[in-house]
Design a protein around this ligand. Structure first.
Ligand code: SAM
Length: 277
């Protein structure tokens, strides 16, 4: 029987960000998701005393709310082994944490932790299918993964034979989760995870760009000079009207749409190839 370390989540929603260098809490602390000027502290057991002590020491923080839910509720699905295309995804805790030796190079150990990219969301699954398409047509040596979340698409690129992958996420909890997954798959020689903004790193040269991001960021990514220099791009996280706008933008930037995926007419993923490639 599989036991997730995240069974029960106790979440404390604070206004303000913790002081740099704040010590992680002992016992049951899972991580801190910071967004704008708010923080979500995650624990595997009740931690009101710890949070009160934190607030006393850092008076710029305020407790706005607290929640309790199961990990399944947080992730929106039960996290268990799954197959997407040729990829086999396995949480590290499956079968008591042991992953039996396996011949499939596309079996990936993936601990989604508290961030996006477990494989259960249609945009992630469609990006994995798009990666298989891109690698079957023109195997890229380098990939830029913008908005890496758990690192799932970076791991998938490396497992398809990509030699160097730069995986970027703005959120420190996501970049830490991705780095942990890269280590768990012994891919630190091929994947570098950095915490940073997609808009700032889009000009890094790469033969393939994969970006599953919200449209406000994708618009900036598509406008950057370095975007037009990518031979192949996969864009996802697109709602229907956004997909239409993204197709037009891609064509203006010299790409032809090679293939697209959609899920219930809601989520769209585009794979495009530079006309000069
Ligand atoms: N790549 C994973 C997947 O396909 O499942 C995760 C995609 S998730 C929809 C988007 C990720 O982008 C989140 O982890 C979020 O923290 C990150 N993100 C949001 N805005 C960003 C930005 N401006 N620059 C870099 N990462 C960003």
């Amino acid at each position: 029987m599989a036991l997730s370390p995240y069974d029960e989540l106790h979440i404390y929603y604070l206004s303000g960000r913790l002081d740099a260098g704040s010590q992680p809490f002992a016992g049951g602390y899972l991580g801190n998701w910071e967004e704008e000027d708010t923080s979500f502290l995650f624990f595997s057991r009740p931690a009101a005393e710890k949070v009160n002590a934190l607030l006393a020491g850092q008076p710029h923080l305020n407790l706005l709310d607290s929640f309790q839910m199961t990990y399944e509720q947080w992730q929106g699905a039960r996290i268990e082994p799954m197959q997407i295309g040729g990829f086999e995804l396995r949480p590290p805790w499956w079968q008591g944490g042991e992953n039996p030796p396996c011949e499939n190079p596309r079996r990936l150990i993936l601990d989604p932790g508290l961030v996006f990219g477990s494989g259960t969301h249609p945009t992630t699954a469609d990006c994995l299918m798009a990666l298989e398409t891109a690698f079957s047509q023109n195997r890229p040596e380098t990939t830029l993964d913008l908005g890496t979340g758990t690192g799932i698409l970076a791991l998938a690129s490396a497992s398809l034979g990509c030699r160097r992958v730069l995986a970027v996420d703005l959120n420190p909890l996501a970049s830490a989760t991705a780095a942990r997954n890269v280590s768990a798959n012994a891919m630190t020689d091929r994947i570098l995870v950095v915490q940073g903004r997609a808009e700032a790193l889009i000009d890094c040269p790469a033969e393939l760009l994969v970006a599953n991001l919200h449209y406000a960021v994708l618009e900036k990514v598509m406008a950057a000079p370095g975007f037009g220099k990518k031979p192949q791009v996969i864009l996802s996280g697109l709602l229907r009207s956004e997909a239409k706008a993204a197709k037009e933008r891609l064509q203006q930037r010299g790409f032809r749409i090679d293939r697209s995926w959609e899920h219930e007419q809601t989520w769209f993923t585009l794979y495009a190839v530079s006309a000069s490639f």
